[in-house]
Ligand binder design. Structure first.
Ligand SMILES: Nc1ncnc2c1ncn2[C@@H]1O[C@H](COP(=O)(O)OP(=O)(O)OP(=O)(O)O)[C@@H](O)[C@H]1O
Ligand SMILES: [Mg+2]
Length: 283
């Protein structure tokens, strides 16, 4: 669906490039994530992909066609949840959505009330957006991105500024969009979000991709292939996963007392990020 090869991009006033040769592919129906610290180039890469910045080097192809060859129909094909919600503050939520809908004359007829209900904004639909909180603006941003039912969705930090309940709902909506066959590219510096929703992630640091893989592979490759057993009597012991069922020590250990906890010692995505890149996600 999306193929990016050796993408280099430099802001005109900067001394060097911000994106230093990115290569990645996103399959149809996949949720792909860029995970990296602030300033890594996540938003810049997305802006190239949604045709805000034209002057890049390398190749970006969407549906087999170079981004340079796509005309305005490209904007009907994509939906963009910008990093910073840019709404018309004096207009109501509904007016904001209606205004953006005029950009998509061929878009499918959408049910505005259902969209506002999706993100629990149904009672705020006719209020001026200047009265919305940050999280409410983010939720409006989300439904604005999906309202014309595009095939490809870009979400730049979709859960930033949301409380855990709303963040959970947005993640669930993103998974539902995937279930409908949408292709989704998210950026985040939340390893939790990446872990929960992404089929594959790329770690991006200083404009370069360090590794691309599924969260599951990344965690199991970099963690210990072992299980830790904790008994109610405070005793705990680690055993290798290999041939666990035939491991006599393991079998006798779990019979020694009541088992309180069993957990595999795979690394968290954040630990993998630090191991692989030598950087913290919080920088
Ligand atoms: N308009 C601009 N002009 C010049 N430099 C810019 C511009 N926008 C971003 N940059 C620089 O490009 C680099 C990457 O910025 P970008 O916004 O892509 O990072 P990011 O990974 O999205 O970070 P964050 O997690 O904070 O959103 C930063 O060093 C930033 O200062
Ligand atoms: Mg950003």
């Amino acid at each position: 669906m999306i193929q990016v090869k050796n993408l280099v991009f430099q802001y005109p006033k900067n001394d060097g490039p911000t994106l230093k040769g990115l290569s990645f592919e996103i399959d149809k129906g996949e949720i792909f994530g860029f995970l990296g610290p602030s300033g890594a180039g996540k938003s810049t890469a997305q802006k190239v992909l949604y045709k805000i910045y034209y002057d890049y080097q390398g190749s970006v192809r969407v549906d087999g066609k170079s981004l340079h060859d796509w005309d305005k129909h490209y904007f009907e094909k994509i939906g963009v949840g910008f990093e910073l919600p840019n709404h018309y503050l004096k207009l109501t939520g509904r007016e904001n959505l209606d205004l953006f809908a005029t950009f998509y004359p061929n878009g499918k007829k959408r049910n505005v009330d259902a969209l506002f209900e999706m993100v629990d904004l149904e009672s705020d639909i006719d209020k001026a957006v200047e009265t919305y909180s940050k999280g409410m603006k983010m939720r409006l941003n989300f439904i604005r991105a999906i309202q014309h039912d595009p095939d490809i969705l870009f979400f730049d930090e979709p859960t930033t500024g949301l409380d855990p309940v709303n963040a959970h709902k947005i993640k669930q909506h993103i998974l539902n969009l995937k279930a409908k066959g949408k292709t989704i590219f998210v950026t985040t510096h939340s390893m939790e979000t990446a872990d929960q929703i992404c089929d594959r992630v790329s770690f991006i640091v200083d404009g370069e991709l360090v590794v691309t893989d599924t969260p599951k592979n990344l965690k199991s490759k970099h963690g210990k292939k072992a299980v830790k057993i904790e008994l109610a009597n405070e005793q705990s012991k680690e055993f290798p996963l290999k041939s666990l069922g035939e491991n006599a020590d393991f079998l006798s250990f779990i019979k020694q007392g009541e088992v309180r906890r069993i957990h595999t010692l795979e690394a968290s995505l954040e630990e993998v990020f630090i191991q692989v890149t030598g950087k913290s996600l919080k920088s």
